[in-house]
Design a protein around this ligand. Sequence first.
Ligand code: S3P
Length: 164
Amino acid sequence: MPAVVLVGPMGAGKSTVGALLASRLGVTLRDTDEDIAAAAGKSVQDIFVDEGEAHFRAVEADAVSAALAEHDGVVSLGGGSVLADQTQVLLKEHTVVYLRVGVADAVKRVGLGSGRPLLLGNVRGRIKTLLEERAPIYESVATLIVDTDGRSAADVADELATAL
Ligand code: S3P
């Protein structure tokens, strides 16, 4: 069982905070986007383009399930993974940290030239919509909510390492 699972939207800092937190806790980080890309032999972006979002979500639900079962360190989930009912159920058994971020900071962190497939065209507008749609889900699965706006990843990781 993982020590902690990080959820939150793109630009929340899950990967960066996850790496720092894992090192502070003396464990390793597992990132489900990386698992999916490694298994497919291509980037998440290319999976979206070649196979479509529905296929990605199915693969993602399986990758999350495997990571939660196998990894005992920090697990960082892709921003949309909480959309899956199966994932919402599995997360009930874990310590889940929601890294909360506002639109402005999320846009700054992902960058306007983001290669993320769901942000193509209008990064700010897409992030705003995704945050509004998903915030209630992140809140519902979270054991702990940490605000990341205006904060460094190190600061957030320090708070979590103390709180957990
Ligand atoms: C997605 C978030 C991405 C990645 C994919 C879809 C989403 O992960 O899984 O592009 O639906 O929010 P990050 O949150 O790690 O960027």
